[in-house]
Design a protein around this ligand. Structure first.
Ligand code: NAI
Length: 393
């Protein structure tokens, strides 16, 4: 793309749901003029009222003053025609996760905006190349993936498609950084960074449960008490929703041509089928009534260490493999997990701390026990152990 303007001030948001309204708040807080479009007038009304509530709460807490509240609210307008986004410097789409619908919207949008407008998608699971292919100028398309809730989560993954121009990638990175976010650039592959590297946090926890090694509460307790994670895997799956988390797992598994490392667990599938979705349905791995009811975890130190180390080494192996396949830089992989999903440490830094030899030994022990491809050690870790080097993070 030539003559690309490097100042992005006018932002168009497509979709006024959970993500679209959060991204609008981020952009308007940073001083941009934002137009939010949705097909559904109720969604626009709800987005407007919830922003006002959030802003009032921030004023009450003393985080912003009423002038800032007025400025942030005043920067956003809510529109019911896509055409209204015609003067945007950048649009970010956050509508339903459906490739055909996204492509149609992108084609229509391209008919209204200027040649220099960057057209981004907040998709979690679709390939950016496939979305970009709908455009006459696919080089203007990029993935800009926020995390929920967008105003609070520091991380944004920026994903260039094979069609994306260097200028569009650079301006997108600069814009998102200027909004106070930490950018991790990720290759256009399933799950990008976070939704790929985090899979063993859920998958290995479910496997440990299915093998009968420990119950939900004990596995959660191990990850929190030994590992320092804020939430255990089962608490987190209940928070995300078993339907949503299962779908992400299944999508990543299919997109990786059924690599056994990403295989979904029957336990979670049955929970989703039963409607035991977690907090939102009142029951998941735990009960959510007036009080949350949980089993008492086992406190046996050896058992807790064994659970934590097995899940940790699987996470480290996944992070190392993402680096091996050049999905992102080592720094971005570690930032993604600490800033996108609040891990207590970056996984590659954790690998350094534990020792690369320790990681290889643990992976090989799992492989020798199960003889499953799921437990294959990343070639990068093996080479690093041989060369006696660390990630240096
Ligand atoms: P949502 O269901 O809360 O909001 C989607 C909005 O898009 C709705 O208001 C709907 O009326 C509107 N919409 C649907 N089709 C439309 C169209 N053709 N034109 C205009 N508006 C349309 O969805 P959510 O959760 O905000 O997700 C949106 C996107 O963000 C999806 O691609 C999702 O994968 C992605 N995402 C979601 C995250 C999450 O945690 N919810 C996290 C990161 C990405």
């Amino acid at each position: 793309m030539t003559n690309q303007q490097s100042t992005i001030n006018k932002i168009g948001i497509i979709g006024a749901g959970t993500m679209g309204s959060g991204i609008a708040q981020v952009a308007s807080t940073a001083g941009c003029t934002v137009k939010v479009f949705d097909l559904n007038q109720d969604a626009l009304d709800t987005a407007k009222t919830s922003l006002e509530k959030i802003m009032s709460r921030l004023v009450e807490k003393g985080r912003i003053n009423s002038e800032e509240k007025n400025r942030i609210e005043g920067n956003i307008s809510y529109v019911n025609s896509l055409k209204e986004l015609a003067d945007s410097d950048m649009t970010i789409e956050a509508i339903v996760e459906n490739l055909d619908i996204k492509k149609k919207v992108f084609q229509e949008l391209e008919g209204y905006v200027s040649d220099n407008c960057i057209i981004a998608s907040n998709t979690s699971s679709l390939s950016i190349a496939s979305i970009a292919s709908a455009l006459k100028k696919p080089e203007r398309c990029v993935g800009i993936h926020f995390f929920n809730p967008a105003p609070l989560m520091k991380l944004v993954e920026v994903i260039p498609a094979i069609q994306t121009s260097d200028a569009v990638l650079k301006i997108s990175e600069e814009t998102i950084k200027s909004w106070g976010k930490v950018v991790a650039v990720a290759k256009d592959t399933p799950g990008f960074i976070v939704n790929r590297v985090a899979r063993p946090f859920y998958g290995e926890a479910l496997r440990i449960y299915e093998e009968g090694i420990a119950d939900f509460a004990t596995i959660d307790y191990a990850m929190k008490s030994v590992g320092g994670f804020r939430m255990g895997p089962f608490e987190l799956m209940d928070f995300i929703g078993n339907d949503v988390n299962y779908t992400v797992t299944e999508t990543v598994f299919e997109a990786f041509y059924y690599d056994p490392r990403y295989k979904p667990a029957f336990t979670q599938k049955r929970f989703a089928e039963a409607g035991w979705l977690g907090r939102k349905s009142g029951k998941g791995y735990y009960h959510y009534g007036a009080e949350v009811s949980k089993q008492e975890p086992e406190k046996d130190r050896d058992l807790l260490n064994k659970i934590f180390e097995r899940i940790l080494v699987m996470l480290i192996n996944e992070a190392a493999d993402a680096l091996f396949w050049n999905i992102a830089s080592a720094k971005d992989i570690d930032n993604a997990m600490t800033k996108g999903v609040n891990y207590p440490k970056g996984l590659l830094a954790w690998a350094d701390e534990k020792g690369i030899d320790w990681c290889v030994g643990k992976m090989d022990a799992l492989y020798n026990e199960y003889h499953e491809d799921r437990y294959r050690c990343s070639p990068l870790l093996r080479k690093m152990a041989k060369d006696v080097v660390s990630f240096g993070l």
